[in-house]
Structures are given as structure tokens and as C-alpha cells.
Design a protein around this ligand. Sequence first.
Ligand code: V47
Ligand code: SF4
Length: 373
Amino acid sequence: MESIFSENTILDSRLPGSLKQIANKVILGERILPEEGILLYEKGEIGFLSMLAEKVRVRLNDDKVFYIRNFHIEPTNICLNRCRFCSYSHHFSPNKWDLSLEEMLECVRNADNNIKELHITGAVHPEKDLYYYEDLLRKIKILRPDLHVKALSAVELDYIFKKAGINAQQGLKFLQAAGLDSIPGGGAEIFDDKIRNEICPTKASAESWMEIHETAHRMGITSNATMLYGHIENYKHRIKHMSFLRDSQDRYGGFNAFIPLKFKNSNNELSGIQESSVIEDMKNYAVARIFLDNFPHLKGYWPMIGKSFAQLSLSFGVDDMDGTINDSTRIYSLAGANEQNPQMTVSEMKTLIIEANRTPVERNSMYQTVTDQ
Ligand code: V47
Ligand code: SF4
């Protein structure tokens, strides 16, 4: 459903000329420039941004809001990196874990048959390698050939490919043969060397992240893209980040969803930074929806922002609520997210979506409608 404001309201209002021009472009389905994206962040009031973002959302997804039945496995939090924003790795978390192959397979055995997707991501364990993950993927697929496995962020992949002395194409081909279906969006953080150097100096570079995703896309493997915001970056960095993604999407079209990740400040080296406000979070969703006109989906990741704000994000361009998950992700609970044991039933998910006047659509990992439930 569209915003109650009509296009004329936008044009007749006492908006500064520059914002009116941007509004016109968005209404006509034209792409906005990076400097216009920055202006939206700086000058756009959230009602106005919501109205424009909703235009783009409706154009792309009508009133559908997608969700998936999924679960997470986080193999380990022992990490050779020490990103300053991270509360999850063994450097900061009071818990240290390194699941055995058998423990992970047990999680798969315990998953309900109607679960469609398994998301695997964790830390960059110094001793794990390509062959370890190949074995894991193969054994998962033996147990559940029907399960879509979205596994290993570009940061984890970069490490195991380099360790094996192979390039991204060789590595992805190898893992694809073992059962890798798609790649999650983690590790992107902010594509700016200076900021990366400050917040995650030893992590795979922006170029390596992009090379792995683009190689995957050329091979027909789809992926997601994240952006960690609300720390030391500014609006120009966010737009630069999204410009890289938009340009890449024009080239290969392999990104499914963009996922803004709000920086959470508990138990990490950046704890002195105040978390972004809800206005800032909603503004960020809206500008992302307007700017990334070639990304089919925008995800409101509820374990991070909480169920209520994820519901609110549906009025700021978001069309994807991720999944029912269960309590199998710790990345955000350790960083102080409201959802300490993230889980949501299908009926709770549907209620949240219907209350926002949207139509809930259960999807598979490729955003096809699931009708067999
Ligand atoms: O890259 C770590 C982020 C990401 C914090 O592809 C933090 O469907 C906020 O990528 N505050 C990993 N964020 C998680 C991820 C993801 C999540 C959900 C869905 C998908 C998908 C991917 O978590 C890391 C980093 O950006 N992160 N620490 C923190 N303190
Ligand atoms: Fe390791 Fe990922 Fe945490 Fe960085 S964000 S320290 S790579 S687990």
C-alpha cells in the first residue's frame, strides 16, 4: 500500500527546490545522484523520506513483505581479526565457542522439515580451511538436500581461499560443488579504506569483498550486501558504500537484498559511541531504498533493531523481514541488541506484517513464493 500523501503534496509543499527536484526524479522512477543521496540524508525530514522510499518499494514489491523459515549456525567465535565494533569474537565475548562438525550436523538434524534456509556465518578461525567447510557443506546436504545453504561471508571466504592458494572463482566452484547455494552479506562494513583502517584494520579489504561477490554473481551464485552504520562514518561514506554496490549491481545483478546493520555499542572497543536514534535508523532505510534502485529487496533485520522497529521500517522502504530464525544467532545479542534470544513464530511474523497493512509472503531463498505450507 502506498503512502497517503499524493505526488502533488510533495510538489506543492514548501520543500527546498533541490529536494523537490529529487522528489520529482524518484516519482518518475529516475536514478538519483550520489550528491542527491547525501542531500536526502542531510535535509530530508523522515515523513518526506518515507513517502519517497515507499514509492520505490511499491514499484518493486507492491505491498508484499517477505519472510523465510530459516535458522543460523555460527560455527565459532574464535577470530584472527579484532574488529573494534565486534562484541561477538572471543576477544570480547565472555563465551568462547568452536562447534564440532557433529554439533553442527545435529543442529541440521533438529531443524524442522519446513525450514527452507540455513545461514552459516561466524568468525575467521585461524585453523579452519577450505576443506573443513567443504566437508561441512557436503554432510549438511546429505542430511537435507532440499535446504538452501547461504554460507560464509566474503571475509571468511577470502581467508580460506588465500590459505588454499586459490582464487575466488576456483574456491567458489569448489564450495558450490559441495553445496554452497548463496553468500550472506556480512563483512562489507563501510567501503572506505580510512574508516576500515580505523574500525577493522586487519579484515579483508573492500576490494576483496567485492571481488568475491562479483565472481559469485558471474557464476550465477547470488548474495546479499550489508552496511554497518552509526559508528564513525558520515553520510558521504554511506553513499560511497551504496554507490559501489549500485554500480556492481548494474554490472552483474547478483545481489538479492541490501541489509543496513545498525552499530550496537555493548562490549566492544567502540562502546563510547552513542547508538543511532530510531529517526536516524528509519532515515537510513529510506535513503537506502531510494538510492539502491536496482536492489530488489531491502531487509529490516529484526534481531538487530528489535521487532517493533523492524515493523516500523516497513513504512520506510523495507519489504523483507528476513526469517523466523530461532534463537540461533548471537552476533547481536552479544552486542546489546534488544532481542536476546531472537525467535519469531510464523504467526507472529504475519501479524507484524498485517498490522503494517502489508501482505505477508513466505519466500524461499530466491524470493519465490512458498505455497506448500
Ligand atoms: O559483518 C558485528 C555486523 C555482520 C556488530 O546476508 C555488528 O542475510 C552491529 O552479515 N553492531 C555479520 N553490527 C552479520 C551479517 C548478516 C546478518 C543478517 C543477515 C545477513 C544476510 C547477514 O554483523 C558483520 C558486522 O557488520 N556486526 N558486530 C555490532 N556491534
Ligand atoms: Fe572476527 Fe567478524 Fe568479529 Fe571482525 S566482525 S572480529 S571478522 S567475528
